[in-house]
Ligand binder design. Structure first.
Ligand code: B12
Length: 475
């Protein structure tokens, strides 16, 4: 079949001034689904609207020209409403087109899509997509296929639960040639050299942080063999000229042993000279020795979910980590020469304004090179979301407003019951200003790190401009 796979984009207006800082990230989930379908013999096109920025009109143009028989759409929460509008426009144009949707939001709320779509694919979507398209090609419906829900009259009918794949080494490597990979960057400010693609050495996460919405797919941690991961790196370097990888695992590497084995294999094959990489992880899964090895293998930057400068908050959200441990790991990274990004959440449940200030001060006191502060949003899929829905605190379903950078005080969705949206937004901008406007850090960025250019600095300042008078008054 001719199949079009869409990675939709958040509209820039959903981000307000923060939109100036957005850059397209490689969408590896879509790449995997597209690769599997292509391997199954379908004629596949993928349209990554985050990278191409054409919106519905551009997608409709591709639809008109390619005349797909099936279309798959990747749905995270903030784009859910917009995806439905897109699907409707496509169905108006080609009524016989079969539409299937996947990714976390579609997985959680199949009922939202099945008036319009022919199948919702739950969890990891590679094999289920192949099975659904095979059924359609044979003239059948997708009813009964494992991991798939369809509508039959007024009923929703789900096939049996699909077991999570455990042998990820058996997967083909993502075919980045199906996507506009030369445009990809890594957020935040993570581009060191291009082209960049994503890679995932594992799936799932053994931790249970309450704010994380990987819950539906993430319960069972499964990792690929190191050989298979490094084979993929070698392949992508050869095939696509890749010079930087971004690991998209919930946590990579998972522990010092994993880190060292991976690094040794990269070095043994000489890939430390051919690429650089970065990853997101926890501060308690690496030690000084493993960080030294990571550096040798090409790791230039590590992004740490630190979240809070208050240990009781870390405990409440089941982070199972401490502020001291994060301080130590960030200091080790500075010693071994890996630049660091700290991710912080503002307005966790129960977090008082004093605690938010403590987090800002803590962030500024670490030897971090970058920090990204985000207002805590109860995203569907998280324990936090479930708790707030269950207790009646959260009733809204205006999904387009569920983003961490929502700048509009009338629309912003927050998890905090003790701080107002105004307070949280002001703290977010204060945190960013205080973190980046330190002379020592500016000097380090201009002279040593050099991945923030003057344009990005101006855009960063622009994004926090509305609050500058207030921030200065508070300082
Ligand atoms: C990279 C990333 C991004 C990137 C790229 C996203 C993308 N489209 O790939 C960017 C920066 C754009 C991004 C943005 C956001 N993200 Co994000 N992101 C991630 C991250 C770190 C990795 C995703 C990934 O590549 N996983 C690996 C691949 C293999 O898995 P996958 O993407 O889930 O894909 C599989 C299935 O979902 C399914 N599938 C996916 N697409 C499709 C499409 C079809 C047709 C089918 C059938 C199946 C299918 O099959 C895939 C293969 O098995 C995850 C956390 C994590 N470590 O997983 C968060 C995560 C997905 N993001 C999250 C959030 C909160 C956001 C934002 C809302 C943040 C914000 N700024 O407000 C935005 C929303 C953007 C949007 N378009 O709506 C949440 C999800 C929340 C939710 N309920 O939607 C996650 C889970 C983080 C978390 N731990 O809570 N994100």
């Amino acid at each position: 079949m001719r199949v079009l796979i869409i990675n939709p984009s958040i509209r820039p207006e959903q981000f307000g001034r923060f939109a100036a800082l957005l850059e397209p990230m490689p969408c590896i989930g879509v790449a995997y689904v597209a690769t599997f379908l292509s391997r199954a013999g379908h004629e596949v096109r993928a349209f990554d609207d985050f990278a191409l920025r054409g919106g519905h009109d551009a997608i409709l143009k591709v639809v008109e020209e390619f005349r797909p028989e099936a279309m798959g759409v990747s749905v995270l929460t903030p784009v859910a409403t917009d995806c439905k509008a897109l699907i409707k426009r496509v169905k108006d144009k080609i009524p016989e087109i079969k539409v299937f949707v996947g990714n976390i939001h579609a997985d959680l709320f199949p009922e939202e899509f099945l008036d319009l779509c022919d199948a919702v694919i739950h969890g990891e979507g590679e094999q289920a997509s192949v099975d659904v398209l095979a059924a359609w090609q044979a003239g059948r419906t997708a009813e009964g296929i494992a991991g798939v829900t369809i509508r039959a009259g007024s009923d929703l009918r789900s096939g049996p639960k699909r077991a999570l794949p455990t042998n990820l080494d058996a997967y083909p490597f993502p075919d980045w040639g199906l996507l506009p990979y030369t445009r990809y960057s890594l957020l935040p400010l993570g581009t060191i050299q291009k082209p960049i693609v994503a890679i995932a050495a594992s799936r799932g996460c053994p931790f249970r942080c309450t704010y994380c919405s990987l819950e539906n797919q993430g319960k069972i941690y499964r990792k690929r063999s190191i050989k298979n991961v490094v084979d993929e790196m070698e392949y992508s370097i050869k095939q696509f000229g890749v010079r930087q990888f971004g690991f998209m695992d919930p946590i990579f590497p998972m522990g010092p042993k994993h880190a060292i084995e991976f690094s040794k294999e990269v070095i043994r094959r000489g890939l430390d000279q051919k690429q650089v990489w970065l990853s997101e992880l926890r501060t308690d899964v690496v030690d000084r020795e493993s960080l030294e090895w990571l550096k040798k293998s090409g790791c230039r930057r590590l992004v740490f979910g630190i979240e809070s400068g208050v240990d009781t908050i870390l405990k409440d959200v089941k982070k199972q980590n401490t502020t001291n441990r994060s301080r130590q790991t960030i200091a080790w990274c500075r010693e071994v020469g890996i630049t660091t990004v700290g991710l912080f959440m503002i307005g966790m449940p129960g977090e008082t304004p004093e605690m938010t200030q403590q987090t800002i001060e803590y962030a500024c006191s670490l030897e971090l090179d970058f920090a990204k502060f985000a207002i805590t949003v109860p995203f569907p899929g998280s324990e936090l979301y479930q708790d707030q829905v269950r207790s009646g605190v959260l009733k809204r379903k205006d999904w387009e407003n569920f983003t961490t950078f929502n700048p509009d005080l009338n629309r912003i969705v927050v998890a905090s019951e003790v701080q107002s949206p105004e307070q949280l937004l002001a703290s977010l901008r204060e945190a960013t200003f205080r973190f980046y406007m330190r002379p020592g850090l500016i000097k380090r960025h201009l002279l040593d790190i050099k991945t923030i250019n003057a344009g990005q600095m101006v855009r960063g300042l622009w994004s926090i401009m509305p609050d500058l008078p207030r921030i200065k008054a508070a300082a």
